[in-house]
Design a protein around this ligand. Structure first.
Ligand code: ATP
Length: 225
C-alpha cells in the first residue's frame, strides 16, 4: 500500500537518510524505531512532501507520489496525524469531525467514528481542548479517518503521555488496523511499539539497519531500549 524505495535525503551537504526502503501493507501496523537524530523526522517530512532534497521514490496504492506537493498527498490518501494534533479549540468535537475534506470512498461517517471511539460520541458537543490527552489523540486520528485516508502516519503519538493514555492510543491504532488501514508509527517508546505493531524497522544514522517481526522485536527489546 505504502512503499518507500531507496529514499535518501540531505540537509545541504549532510546526508540524513541513506537508501531507506520500507513498506506498509493494508491492515498492517509498522513502526520505525530509532534514537534521536536517526532520521525519523526527516523520513516523515519526505513522506509528506515537506522535504524536497531527496532521491528515491514514494508509492501509495501503486501510484508514484514522490513529486506531489503536501496537500495533494493528503488527497491521495496519506493521512498525517500531526504532532500538535491540529484540533480547533473553539470548535466542538463534532465540528472538528465535520471539517476534513473527503478524499476517498473509504471516508468514515460520523456513525463509524462514534462506533469505533464511543468516548468521542459521548463528548461530541464538548470543546476540542476540554478532552483528555487520549481523547484528543482519538479525535486527531478520527479526523484523518474522516478523510478516507488509506495509510495513517503517526509521529510519536505516545510522547509525553501517561501510561493509561498510551494504552488508549494502542486501542486507537488497533481500531484503525482492523478497518484495513495501514499504519506507520514513528516511535521511540520500544515497549509501546511492541504492543501494537506487526513489524518494525530500526533506523540508525539514516539507514534502515534491520527489519524485525514483532516476536523478534519483543525478544530483543531490552537491547533496543
Ligand atoms: P529526533 O527524534 O531527535 O527528532 P530523528 O530521528 O527524527 O531525531 P532527524 O530529525 O530526522 O532525526 O535528524 C536526522 C539527521 O539530520 C540528524 O543528524 C540531524 O542533526 C540532521 N538534521 C535534522 N534537521 C536538520 C536541519 N534542518 N539542518 C541540518 N541538519 C538537520
Amino acid at each position: 500500500m505504502l512503499e518507500i524505495e531507496n529514499l535518501s535525503a540531505w540537509y545541504g551537504e549532510a546526508q540524513a537518510l541513506r537508501e531507506a526502503t520500507l513498506s506498509v501493507g493494508a491492515g498492517e501496523v509498522v513502526t520505525l524505531v530509532g534514537r534521536n537524530g536517526a532520521g525519523k523526522t526527516t523520513l516523515v517530512r519526505c513522506l509528506m512532501g515537506l522535504h524536497r532534497h531527496l532521491t528515491g521514490s514514494v508509492w501509495l496504492d501503486g501510484r508514484d507520489i514522490t513529486s506531489l506537493p503536501a496537500h495533494r498527498r493528503a488527497r491521495a490518501g496519506l493521512g498525517w496525524v500531526q504532532d500538535d494534533r491540529g484540533i480547533f479549540a473553539n470548535l466542538s468535537v463534532e465540528e472538528n469531525l465535520l471539517l476534513p475534506p473527503r478524499v476517498s470512498e473509504s471516508a468514515w461517517t460520523l456513525e463509524q467514528v462514534y462506533d469505533a471511539f464511543p468516548a468521542l460520541g459521548i463528548r461530541r458537543r464538548a470543546g476540542g481542548t476540554t478532552l483528555s490527552g487520549g481523547e484528543q489523540q482519538m479525535l486527531a486520528v478520527a479526523r484523518v479517518l474522516r478523510t478516507g485516508a488509506r495509510v495513517l502516519l503517526l509521529d510519536e503519538p505516545s510522547e509525553g503521555l501517561a501510561p493509561v493514555i498510551v494504552a488508549q492510543i494502542g486501542e486507537i491504532v488497533r481500531t484503525a488496523k482492523q478497518s484495513g488501514i495501514g499504519v506507520l508509527l514513528i516511535e521511540q517508546n520500544v515497549r509501546f511499539a511492541a504492543t501494537v505493531a506487526d513489524r518494525h524497522y530500526l533506523l540508525a544514522q539514516g539507514r534502515l539497519v534491520e527489519s524485525l517481526d514483532n516476536d523478534e522485536f519483543v525478544e530483543r527489546q531490552d537491547e533496543l531500549l
